[in-house]
Ligand binder design. Structure first.
Ligand code: AMP
Ligand code: MG
Length: 422
């Protein structure tokens, strides 16, 4: 049993409205193990809608259509559906009565144009709307080959709230009672420090396209995430296989994996710090971003008290006691400077750990010796001060974001007691 999700609206194909309906519907279908073959989007154009309905009905068992059920000239989904079904539109009197009552209760007459929202093709099943005025429609579209039972199509309004209500009250129960579904359980594992292709290399055959559970990668903000989808007929098997694949990924990537699902790097670091001591920050190129990330977490006051933004050399000298001699001799983006920044920040804050960042975020300021992206990060810990140089890629925003995340990642490794795996 496979589904296609069809979204209708000029605003969608023009990119003015993001198609959140399809994303939400796909998530719901995944929960009942119904694979989605395609998301299709067409404008408010009757011919295009007819073509999309006819095409989709030949390829799937379930077709969920949203949008174009409004009362105005540009709402044409109903008309397209009757054209494909070869049935006339009929008025659903009960719904007209209900609409008239609804308008009367607000002291208004029902506009004549709203009558169309109570019309459905002959032989179709009306879907009650508890959040709006358009009736939804369930119908069966024959396949062009004439084979099988046909494709069950559900047409619901585009308004997300109405779409969701109808899906939950009508579409979902219909799909569940038809049975034949599987269970899809998913998990996302997050890594930071290596690029997507390096991560893929380490995963090897775990990423084979024909594997179940499947393992795919996505990247966002420098975080490479593994998306695991386990599809089996029973929840128990899906869960057991998901655990096995998850363990295999952890084995292949080791400490590179910092968290799963909704977990963020700052959360993980925060959890590690709780009870282990506090951290202070001394930032140059990140301008406070690292402190911001650490304090994004509610309750961060238990491990974060002091952060310095020392952008100019003068600030590094005055506030963090970095000697002018070192600054002159090595430049602000250098190992001795970040070491001194971290050491002083740790001492002045009385913290167990301190992170210092100094880099060239660009677009200007780079040189042959220190190109844009050159970033020094130091970590002062109770037992030692370490520093590393990174050459971060991307524009100014990316360099700053990656620098702050890299500092967090280094602290995480230190707190867990292993060498950074990147
Ligand atoms: P319609 O049912 O076509 O009258 O849609 C009503 C409103 O719902 C539109 O103006 C959009 O703002 C919103 N909408 C329609 N389709 C979608 C969609 N696929 N995703 C998110 N919002 C939508
Ligand atoms: Mg519309």
């Amino acid at each position: 049993m496979q589904a296609i999700i069809l979204s209708i609206g000029d605003e969608l194909v023009l990119g003015q409205t993001v198609d959140t309906n399809s994303a939400w519907l796909s998530q719901q279908l995944a929960k009942i193990g119904c694979p989605v073959l395609a998301h299709v989007t067409v404008p408010d154009d009757q011919k295009e809608i007819e073509r999309a309905l006819a095409d989709a009905s030949n390829r799937c068992d379930w077709l969920i259509v949203s949008g174009g059920l409004g009362p105005t000239e540009d709402d044409l989904t109903r008309q397209a559906l009757v054209a494909v079904l070869g049935q006339p539109l009929e008025l659903h009197q009960e719904w007209v009565d209900q609409l008239e009552k609804f308008f009367r209760s607000r002291g208004r007459e029902m506009p004549e144009s709203n009558r169309i929202q109570a019309m459905i093709p002959r032989g179709a099943v009306p879907i009650h709307n508890s959040a709006g005025t358009a009736l939804g429609i369930e119908a069966t579209l024959k396949r062009s080959s004439g084979s099988g039972e046909g494709c069950r199509v559900f047409v619901v309004p585009g308004v997300p709230k109405e779409m969701k209500r109808m899906f939950e009250s009508h579409v979902l129960p219909a799909m569940k009672s038809a049975g034949g579904g599987a269970v899809i359980l998913s998990r996302t594992l997050h890594t930071f420090g290596l690029g997507e292709s390096h991560v893929a290399e380490k995963l090897g055959t775990l990423m084979r396209r024909d594997r179940n559970p499947s393992v795919g990668t996505t990247v966002s903000g420098g975080i490479v995430s593994l998306r695991l989808n386990s599809r089996f007929s029973s929840a128990a098997e899906a869960s057991e296989q998901l655990e096995l694949t998850s363990s295999a990924c952890c084995q292949a990537l080791g400490n590179l994996i910092f968290g799963q699902d909704e977990e963020t790097l700052q959360q993980v670091v925060g959890d590690l710090l709780r009870g282990k001591g506090s951290v202070a920050t001394a930032e140059s190129c990140t301008g406070g971003l690292l402190a911001k990330m650490l304090t994004d977490i509610p309750g961060s006051s238990s491990y974060f008290s002091y952060g310095w933004v020392t952008y100019a050399n003068e600030a590094k000298h005055k506030l963090l006691g970095v000697s002018n001699e070192i600054l002159r001799q090595h430049g602000a983006v250098s190992e001795p400077v970040v070491r001194a920044m971290a050491q002083h920040a740790k001492g002045q804050a009385g913290a167990a750990y301190a992170l210092a960042v100094s880099g060239i975020a660009g677009p200007d300021g780079g040189s042959d010796e220190k190109p844009v992206g050159t970033t020094w990060i130091a970590l002062a810990a109770p037992d030692e001060v370490t520093a590393r140089r990174f050459l971060l890629t991307g524009d100014r925003e990316m360099v700053r974001d990656r620098a702050a995340k890299m500092a967090l990642a280094l602290l995480r490794c230190k707190l867990l007691g292993f060498a950074a795996p990147f």
